[in-house]
Design a protein around this ligand. Structure first.
Ligand code: P5A
Length: 448
């Protein structure tokens, strides 16, 4: 891709309406454009990153055996009246009337709709467990949409739902998502910590929020620092292995402010291990038993001939919020340098040729280099404008490709000035460059 042909509307300065670094950067490099309060269009750069995040989320869901479906954004109010949430959900729900005067709504979440799909065809315990997910836009008429796509009114969510025969099996499903979330966030190069949390309008009494640390986060958290040393590495998808994983995490105090209890915190965590800080909620998992299956009559035949309501959980990841969360975690706003994790970078490599009007050899070199890198599935952006080198580097630092190649006076013969952002530049050949990037791209993540 050439900068001159791309739709990357870069602003000279930070827009004054943006208060946190992710919102500033996303507007500054034209990743998004506000369409109305809390509602955004996604422009090429932002869309590319979000789609890459979505694909990682999808792959990790598929790996634990969740099946992808796609439910609509617009739902009928009928099923919400059955579950009893139509009134409870209050002003956050966007209510719509169709031309026949039927009450519809823009889905803020899908527990009811998926239960309706399930009950229409699953009748026996023999078909359990069922794990379903979709990745779809949601709408919540938040009173205070803010920080750009971090707290939007319209936002993109992966939401999964589990249906099981009893509590034990339902916890097994819950724990699969617990592990899958640790893995998903790790692939995004984030450390997300599961913390006991309030269940709000979704309900139930077991729930974990997955939180990444950030000063600009909206969640206040209280933790034992030692929880940051844990990982899901080595955990298999066996019941016992997953149980011990959750126990390993739950032995350390880690809660959001709604669950905070000063006495417990001080009793359980020694002073040097206490951490009180802020974070961003990037995922949230819930177990709520028969909260929806009972009022909506979603039951299955049991082995002895009796019937019982299925036990359900739901599992969300804020796909659009993650774009902002990664920026909060990775953007160096003092030096105005963004480095996307290679797994989601809009472009793997930025090629910056120094172009002199009378001499286009460096642009030709850049073109040849791009052709070579493309052959190895390495995605490249070239700054083919005739701006000076320092403004080109500034621009690429904001776009955030993790690697940069400068083609100028110093590039001699077959060697190129190559650098991983934040590291020293090196003179390398094309094949050495391809090797470094390909190895990083194919890195093995735990539990593949
Ligand atoms: C779980 C899946 C639920 O809605 N029902 C289906 C459950 N959970 S949740 O915690 O309310 O939302 C899941 C994740 O969505 C992101 N999120 C948001 N992102 C951007 N703007 C918002 N207004 C917003 N609200 C929720 C969060 O990442 C949250 O963890």
């Amino acid at each position: 891709m050439y900068i001159s042909k791309s739709f990357i509307p870069i602003l000279k300065n930070n827009p004054s309406e943006a208060k946190i670094k992710s919102h500033q950067l996303m507007l500054r490099v034209g990743m998004i454009k506000q369409s109305s309060a809390g509602i955004y269009s996604w422009l090429p750069l932002g869309f590319k990153v979000m789609k890459k995040i979505e694909q990682i989320v999808r792959e990790e869901q598929n790996k634990i055996g969740v099946q992808e479906i796609l439910m609509p954004t617009i739902q009928s109010s009928e099923i919400w009246k059955e579950s009893g949430r139509y009134e409870d959900y209050g002003e956050e729900m966007l209510r719509i009337k169709d031309r026949q005067g039927r009450e519809m709504l823009y889905g803020p979440t899908n527990e009811e709709l998926v239960t309706e799909i399930f009950r229409a065809s699953v009748k026996s315990y023999k078909s359990l467990p069922q794990l379903l997910y979709h990745i779809q836009w949601k709408f919540r008429d938040e009173i205070r949409p803010r920080f750009g796509i971090m707290r939007g009114r319209e936002f993109y969510m992966k939401d999964a739902y589990s249906f099981d025969i009893n509590d034990e099996e339902a916890f097994f499903s819950y724990n699969k998502f617990f592990l899958s979330y640790l893995k998903t966030f790790k692939r995004l190069d984030l450390t997300a910590i599961p913390m006991a949390a309030d269940t709000g309008p979704i309900g139930g009494n077991l729930s974990h929020e997955f939180i990444i640390l950030a000063e600009t986060g909206e969640s206040k958290i209280f933790t034992d620092k030692r929880i940051f040393d844990l990982s899901g590495e080595g955990t298999s998808l066996e019941k016992d292995s997953l149980n011990s994983l959750r126990k390993k995490y739950e032995q350390y105090y880690a809660v959001t402010d709604e669950k905070f209890n000063k006495v417990e915190f001080e009793q359980q965590v020694s002073e040097e291990n206490r951490l009180i800080t802020k974070g961003i909620e990037v995922g949230h998992i819930f177990y709520f038993g028969d909260k929806y299956s009972k009022p909506m009559n979603a039951s299955v035949d049991l082995p002895g001939g009796k019937k019982d309501f299925v036990k359900m959980g739901s599992y969300g990841i804020g796909v659009s919020r993650l774009v902002g969360a990664i920026i909060e975690a990775k953007f160096d706003d003092k030096n105005e340098i963004m480095k996307w994790p290679l797994s989601v970078a809009p472009y793997d490599v930025a090629i910056i040729p120094m172009i002199n009007k009378n001499d286009i050899t460096s642009l030709e070199k850049a073109n040849n280099l791009m052709a070579e890198l493309n052959k190895h599935n390495i995605d490249v952006i070239i700054d083919d404008t005739d701006e000076n080198l320092s403004s080109k580097i500034k621009k690429m630092n904001l776009i955030g490709s993790p690697y940069q190649i400068i083609i100028g006076k110093k590039s001699d013969g077959n060697l190129f000035e190559f650098k991983e952002v934040g590291e020293e530049a090196k003179n390398l050949s094309v094949s050495e460059i391809i090797k470094i990037i390909s190895e990083e791209k194919n890195k093995n993540w735990f539990l593949n």
